[in-house]
Structures are given as C-alpha cells and as structure tokens.
Design a protein around this ligand. Structure first.
Ligand code: PGA
Length: 221
C-alpha cells in the first residue's frame, strides 16, 4: 500500500473544493493500492469530509496545536479536529520557516495527535529532526528537502530512498516514509518504485483535479 497525501496549503474555497470532487471523485474512488489523503485548510475540512463520505478517500489536517486548549488565538487543537480527520501533518518546513515552530512544539504536537486519534505525518529534512519522535508506531514520515519544495527541482529517487532507509534505521521501526518536494504525475512513479519509499506528499500537483487524477493513476498502475 502506498500513500498519496495532497497538501492543499492555503488554497481553495468551499466552492472550489466542491468543484474539485465533482470532476475527480469517481476516478479517485476506483484507485487501487493507494491510500489517498486530502489535507485542506481547517475551515474546509467539513466540506472535504462531506465530499468523500462513502468512499475510501481520507481526510487530514495540515497542523494542530501543541496544547490541549486555552488562550491561544488562532490555534486549533487536536481535540477540535478529532473525529473530523484521520491524519495530521506535523512539522512542515513552512511551519518552521514562517511560524518559527520549534522541535519542542513539534514533539508536543505528536503527543496531541496521538491523544486525539490522528495519525501524524511528520515532515523532516535531516535525521537530526527525528529526535522528536518518542513513539514510532502509528506514524508516517515525510522526507521533504526544503530545496525541492515548490521549486520544480525534486530530489533524486535514489537519494530519497537512502534517506528513507536511514530514517527507519534511526527509529528502529518499519515506519512508512513518504517523499515530498516537486512530485508530479511525471515523476511520482520513479519515487514510488523505490521499495524504501511508501508514498508521496504533494503540494502544487494536488490542486488541479485532472492533474491529481493523473498523478494518482500514474502511482497506482
Ligand atoms: P510541492 O510541495 O509538491 O508543491 O513541492 C510539497 C509540500 O510542501 O508538501
């Protein structure tokens, strides 16, 4: 089983989400051998949920608070996401760069995700960053080199496979490792054909429904 995670970042409106599924849902629900996860912005999670109900398609959040509740204007807790999503992206490099997220916060977010029944998709670039993991079960990793994110210049599949292998060695566990950074319908197969790579975390190439169906099709054949 391979994972294909669509990270929509701060894109799409409610209507655009409905339009996306109107043209792609039937093709996506028939995809074989892939777990497809949509990570929309928080306000659009209910819309995505209602669009994928009755299909094998899954929902994820893009982030969660490191805290359970309290005076944290603008933050969203795991408790609030619980039951609305299956997965949550944790520690994306954009959170680190733009919002100065620290490794202590990331470690606390992993704890919150588990407490609220959300499978974390922990992003990392260097093995050093895996120190935040204290429980390697029920976890996905996503190796995302910053140079490759949104640049059109992906890492090589061979290097991504080597990083995935060493991440597993460090954690001492058979955790699934995804690759992310400029994945497209044209290159996804090269990454997924590496036995060490269990899926892809996809930004821009997940936004257009026809493009995403093409990518899913390329990955599942
Ligand atoms: P990209 O983004 O596919 O647009 O490079 C990937 C990511 O940031 O997760």
């Amino acid at each position: 089983m391979k994972y294909l995670v669509a990270n929509w970042k701060m894109n799409k409106t409610d209507q655009e989400v409905r339009d996306f599924f109107a043209v792609s849902r039937e093709a996506l629900r028939l995809a074989k051998g892939v777990e497809i996860v949509f990570c929309p912005p928080f306000p659009l999670i209910p819309t995505v949920r209602s669009e994928v109900v009755g299909t094998p398609l899954k929902v994820g959040a893009q982030d969660l608070s490191s805290e359970e509740d309290g005076a944290r204007t603008g933050d969203v807790s795991g408790k609030q996401i619980e039951g609305m999503a299956d997965y949550v992206i944790v520690g994306h490099s954009e959170r680190k760069k733009l919002f100065h997220e620290t490794s202590q916060e990331i470690a606390a977010k992993l704890v919150q995700a588990r407490r609220h029944d959300l499978t974390p998709i922990l992003c990392f670039e260097t093995p050093e960053e895996l120190k935040v993991v204290n429980d390697p079960t029920h976890l996905l990793l996503a190796y995302e080199p910053t140079f490759a994110i949104g640049s059109g210049h992906p890492d090589t599949p061979a290097n991504a496979a080597a990083v995935a292998k060493s991440a597993r060695e460090i954690l001492g566990h058979t955790v699934p490792v995804l690759y992310g950074g400029s994945v497209t319908a044209d290159n996804v197969k090269e990454f997924l054909s590496q036995p060490e790579i269990d899926g892809a975390l996809v930004g821009s190439a997940s936004l257009d429904p026809a493009g995403w169906v093409g990518l899913v099709h390329a990955a599942s054949t």
